[in-house]
Design a protein around this ligand. Structure first.
Ligand code: KIV
Ligand code: ZN
Length: 527
C-alpha cells in the first residue's frame, strides 16, 4: 500500500486573509462543508485571535463539520493559544497550530528576539497548547530562509514538547524544487523527534513554483502538504489543492504516495469557493479552469473522438465534471461537428456533412462558439432550406421599486422569426434576477444561474468612437436546468441587456435540447 500524504487545507485561513477573498461566517461554513465532502484531513478554519468574528466562525465550523480535524492558527503566545482552544472546544477532532518566525530577518526585524528567546517561546507555547489538545502543529515561519542548524534545533524543540506535525513554510515563495527536496531530506536525517512525528510543506506561489516545490517536498519526505482550493492565499497564493492532488494521483508512478481526497468533489469545492468569493479561477487554470478539459481545435477533437487519452491525461469525471469537453468553434473540424450533431439526433454524412460544415464555419466565424440551439438551427436549415429563427432580446425595461419593501419589476420583450414577439414581466429582489425570471417564464425554462463571468472590453484607442467610449461587455453564463448545465454568451454595449441576452442564449440551448428529447428520444434525423 502506498504511503499517504495528509492534505491540510488552509483556504479558510491563509486563503481567506488575502485581498479579495474574505468570506462571511456563513460562506466559511458552506466552504467547510465542501472541504469535508472533499475529505481533506485538516481544515484550518481561521486564526481565532485575529478577530471575534474569526473566532466565532471557527467555533461554528467546529460545531457543525464532521470528518476532518478542525484547526486554528495561533502565534506563540498564551492569549492566541487560549483563543484557539476556546474556538475549537466543540470539535470532535481539533488541532492547535502554533507558529513563530525563525529566520534572521524575522527574528531581528519583526520579533526583536535572539535565537535563545525564539527557542524558549517555542518550548513554552507548544507545551501550553498541549494542555488543550493532543494534536499540535508547529510552524517555523520563513523556514526556508532560516539557518539550517537553527531550523533543526527549533523543530527538535517543538517535537520534544509534543508537536506531532512540523511545518516548514516557504513563507515568501522563494525556494526551488531541488533546494526544498534537499532541505526536507536533511531535516528527516537531523531533526530529533519521536516516531510518528511528520514533516509538512507550506509553499507560497510568488515565483509560480508552489505546487512543484510541494511535490519536491513530498519526494524529500513531507507527509503533509498545506494547500488551498484554487490556489488562493497571501500575495500570489498557496499551493493549489486540486493541482497537487491530481499531480500525486496522475503521476503516482513518480511520487508513490496517495491522498484520502475524493477527487470527484474537486469541481464542486472550486465552484463553491468561486461563488462565495465572487472570484472564478482563470480559464486556463490547471484542473479547474474553464478550459482545463475544453478542446476546440479540429486536430485535438479528432484525436479525442478516437481515444480521449490522445489529448487528456485526466478524465473530467475524475474531478466531478460531466462534460464531453468538445467545444464547437471556428477551430473545430468535421469529425467533431458530425459527433455533436449525432448526439443531438442528426445524422451527417458525405455531401450533407460538407454543406453543414460550411454553414457551421460561417456561423462560428461570426459568433465564436456554437452550442445546441445554434447548431440545431444550422442543421434544420440544411434540411428545410429555410432560415431558422432563434430567440432574440428586443427590449428589457426595469421599473424601480415604489417602496423600500418592494422589488424591482422587469419587463422583457423577446422576438422569434416564426413565433413572433412575446412579452412578460417578473419581479425579484434584484433587477437582473427579475429579468432572468421573465425570460424563464417566456421560454418555460425554470433555471438557476450557476456562474456569470463578465468582461469589460475597453475601446481600441486607435479607433475613436462617436460617443467617446466605444467599449462593450462580454458575458458568459451557465445556468442549471434540472441539474444539467447549459451555457450562453452575448456581447453588447450595456451590462443589463448583455446579461439578459446571455441568459436567453443559455435558456434557448436548454429549450432546444428539451424539445429534441421530447420529440422522440433517440431519434435520428437526416439533416
Ligand atoms: O506562510 C506562512 O509562513 C504561514 C504560516 C503561518 C504557516 O502561513
Ligand atoms: Zn502561508
Amino acid at each position: 500500500m502506498a504511503e499517504t500524504v495528509r492534505i491540510f487545507d488552509t483556504t479558510l485561513r491563509d486563503g481567506e486573509q488575502a485581498p479579495g477573498f474574505s468570506m462571511t461566517p456563513e460562506a466559511k461554513l458552506r466552504m467547510a462543508r465542501a472541504l469535508a465532502a472533499l475529505k481533506v484531513d485538516v481544515i484550518e478554519a481561521g486564526f481565532a485571535a485575529s478577530s471575534p468574528q474569526d473566532a466565532r466562525s471557527i467555533a461554528d465550523i467546529a460545531r457543525h463539520i464532521e470528518g476532518p480535524t478542525i484547526c486554528s492558527l495561533s502565534r506563540a503566545n498564551r492569549g492566541d493559544i487560549l483563543a484557539s482552544a476556546n474556538a475549537l472546544a466543540a470539535a470532535p477532532r481539533k488541532r492547535i497550530h502554533v507558529f513563530i518566525g525563525t529566520s534572521p530577518i524575522h527574528r531581528d526585524a519583526k520579533l526583536h528576539m535572539s535565537r535563545a528567546q525564539v527557542l524558549d517561546a517555542i518550548r513554552t507555547s507548544v507545551a501550553y497548547a498541549r494542555e488543550f489538545a493532543d494534536d499540535i502543529e508547529f510552524s517555523a515561519e520563513d523556514a526556508i530562509r532560516t539557518e539550517r542548524d537553527f531550523l533543526v534545533e527549533a523543530l527538535s524543540v517543538a517535537a520534544r514538547e509534543g508537536a506531532a506535525t512540523l511545518n516548514v513554510p516557504d513563507t515568501v515563495g522563494y525556494t526551488t524544487p531541488d533546494e526544498i527536496y534537499e532541505l526536507f531530506s536533511h531535516l528527516g536525517r537531523h531533526v530529533d523527534r519521536p516516531a510518528g512525528v511528520i514533516f509538512s510543506a507550506h509553499c507560497h506561489d510568488d515565483l509560480g513554483m508552489a505546487v512543484a516545490n510541494s511535490l519536491a517536498a513530498v519526494r524529500g519526505g513531507a507527509r503533509q502538504v498545506e494547500c488551498a482550493v484554487n490556489g488562493i492565499g497571501e500575495r500570489a497564493g498557496n499551493c493549489a489543492l486540486e493541482e497537487l492532488v491530481m499531480a500525486l494521483r496522475t503521476r503516482s508512478d513518480a511520487f508513490g504516495v496517495s491522498t484520502a481526497i475524493d477527487t470527484t468533489n474537486i469541481m464542486n469545492a472550486s465552484r463553491t469557493l468561486a461563488q462565495v468569493t465572487n472570484t472564478p479561477p482563470p480559464r486556463n487554470k490547471p484542473v479547474v479552469g474553464a478550459n482545463a478539459f475544453a478542446h476546440e481545435s479540429g486536430i485535438h477533437q479528432h484525436g479525442l473522438l478516437q481515444n480521449r487519452e490522445t489529448y487528456e491525461i485526466m478524465k473530467p469525471e475524475d474531478i466531478g465534471l460531466s462534460i464531453d469537453g468538445i467545444v464547437l468553434g471556428k477551430h473545430s473540424g468535421r469529425h467533431a461537428l458530425a459527433a455533436r450533431a449525432k448526439a443531438l439526433g442528426y445524422l451527417l454524412e458525405g455531401e450533407k456533412l460538407d454543406r453543414a460544415f460550411e454553414a457551421f464555419k460561417a456561423v462560428a466565424e461570426e459568433v465564436g462558439l456554437v452550442d445546441a440551439a445554434r447548431l440545431v438551427a444550422i442543421l434544420a436549415e440544411q434540411s428545410t432550406h429555410r432560415p431558422q429563427a432563434l430567440w432574440k432580446l428586443s427590449k428589457v425595461d426595469i421599473r424601480a421599486p415604489v417602496s423600500a419593501n418592494a422589488w424591482p419589476v422587469a419587463r422583457v420583450e423577446l422576438e422569434h422569426g416564426e413565433r413572433g414577439r412575446v412579452t412578460d414581466v417578473a419581479s425579484a429582489p434584484g433587477a437582473l434576477d427579475a429579468a432572468f425570471s421573465a425570460v424563464s417564464q417566456l421560454l418555460a425554462i425554470p433555471a438557476r444561474v450557476d456562474s456569470l463571468d463578465m468582461q469589460y472590453i475597453a475601446a481600441d484607442p486607435n479607433e475613436p468612437s462617436e460617443d467617446g467610449q466605444g467599449a462593450s461587455v462580454l458575458v458568459e453564463i451557465a445556468i442549471d436546468v434540472d441539474g444539467e448545465l447549459f451555457s450562453g454568451r452575448a456581447r453588447a454595449r450595456d451590462i443589463l441587456p448583455c446579461c439578459v441576452s446571455a441568459y436567453l442564449d443559455a435558456a434557448s440551448n436548454a429549450d432546444t435540447v428539451r424539445r429534441l428529447r421530447a420529440e422522440a428520444p433517440g431519434t435520428v434525423r437526416a439533416a
